[in-house]
Design a protein around this ligand. Structure first.
Ligand SMILES: Cc1ncc(COP(=O)(O)O)c(C=O)c1O
Length: 398
């Protein structure tokens, strides 16, 4: 195929959900990808926070190959046991923040959130769900209902009943939102799609306390922040925040579609056979890849590298904020989840377009922002090259 032919076919046979970028990617290695004509690009989006070890990392390709030669899907799926699943569960038991102990696997983040909300209703016998303004939790009908952004909701009204929203990082508003029918509160420890919004110190711990006091379950969505994206294995890890459910996906399997949710022993005790399931639940192929990715993150101390490279990038971004005060309102982030907030949507669009002209993929977010979330093992050299291209694009857009 050629790029022109690929674009023609995709545009003809897929629904018009995306304003597509006219580049057809054939292969990747590390933070680099190549189009069908052999042009090289740098990927500062890691496929929307997914390819945490870069493209085509050998631990992933080896795990895929070796497990696929053994077995991909068990007879009777989740009803039979799997050493690949057991290996992953053992590894995860060492990294999950307490009191989370029981883990179930899904295929995506939305599916994990959907299940957590459903099971919170079952476990509490209550119906209401509190979610946050500006949140993003997925695109199923129940996770769209928990997503606090008009653009994702308005076309599908009426959405699921019994969901309500409070401003993120506002404890007074949250206190007013509780009643004795609140089954769950769902929130991201740092809002990713909402524009990399970091709450005040102590906020999440207080949220957890309020949930406990009200008999409501806390669902922490670590789908974007998990697996060292913000530095620690999970954003709530160092904060001593106790969740009743934690949902994960994206980086967990480095690009293989996989997700999961963990719950406490106390929650699991309220559930029973038949409460949840799914055809692929803990498919050995996904489990083998997730095991390889998490083991790599642990063995290679990727968390420390993320803090170092992320800190370097944020320092550079702060320099841009000083150099272009009329263009850049704010820069922020944790680890390798970073955002530049521009003065308006057009400027952010011009910068994102300028990056693409220079063969750099970034993600325009919430109109006036650019989100940067490259592979976690990006080298200093690749980071510097990407930042140089981004700086050129900003300069050109002035
Ligand atoms: C915080 C958060 N939750 C849930 C999702 C949905 O995950 P998925 O696209 O795998 O369904 C996303 C995706 O961007 C996300 O960022």
């Amino acid at each position: 195929m050629t790029t022109a032919k690929t674009i023609q076919v995709e545009d003809k046979y897929t629904p018009p959900f995306f304003r597509k970028i006219p580049v057809s990617i054939e292969r990747g290695a590390g933070v680099h990808v190549w189009d069908e004509e052999g042009n090289r690009f740098i990927d500062f989006t890691s496929g929307w926070g997914v390819t945490c070890l870069g493209h085509a990392h050998p631990v992933i390709t080896d795990a895929l190959l070796e497990q696929s030669k053994k077995i991909i899907q068990n007879p009777n799926s989740g009803l039979t046991y799997s050493p690949a699943r057991a290996r992953l569960l053992s590894l995860m038991s060492g990294i999950l923040p307490p009191p989370l102990t029981r883990v179930f696997f899904s295929n995506s983040g939305a599916e994990a959130n959907d299940a957590a909300i459903k099971l919170a209703r079952k476990a509490t016998g209550r119906l209401d769900v509190i979610a946050m303004d500006q949140s993003f939790h997925g695109r199923t009908i129940s996770t769209t209902s928990a997503t606090g952004q008009t653009k994702h909701r308005e076309k599908y009204n009426p959405l699921m009943p019994n969901y309500r929203f409070v401003p993120y990082d506002d404890l007074d508003a949250l206190k007013r939102a509780f009643n004795n029918n609140v089954a769950a509160l769902i929130l991201e420890p740092i809002q990713g799609e909402g524009g990399v919004i970091i709450p005040a110190d102590g906020y999440l711990k207080e949220v957890s306390r309020l949930c406990k006091a009200n008999g409501s379950l806390l669902i922490i969505d670590e789908i974007q922040t998990g697996f060292c994206r913000t530095g620690p294995m999970f954003a709530i890890g160092p904060l001593n925040v106790e969740a009743d459910f934690m949902t994960m996906a994206k980086g967990i399997a480095g690009g293989f579609p996989f997700g999961t949710f963990a719950m406490s022993e106390a929650v699991a005790a309220k559930l029973e056979p038949g409460d949840h399931g799914g055809t692929y639940c803990g498919n050995p192929l996904g489990c083998a890849v997730a095991y390889a990715v998490i083991k790599y993150l642990l063995d290679h101390h990727v968390s420390a590298d993320v803090m170092k490279t992320g800190g370097f990038a944020l320092d550079r971004m702060r320099k841009w904020m000083r150099a272009y005060p009329e263009m850049i309102n704010d820069v922020r982030g944790r680890g390798l989840l970073l955002a530049i907030e521009f003065c308006d949507e057009k400027t952010a669009g011009d910068v994102a377009g300028g990056c693409l002209d220079r063969s750099l993929f970034v993600r325009q977010t919430q109109g006036n922002m650019i989100r940067i979330f490259p592979a976690l093992n990006i080298t200093q050299e690749d980071m510097e090259e990407g930042l140089m291209l981004l700086e050129e694009a900003i300069d050109k857009a002035t």
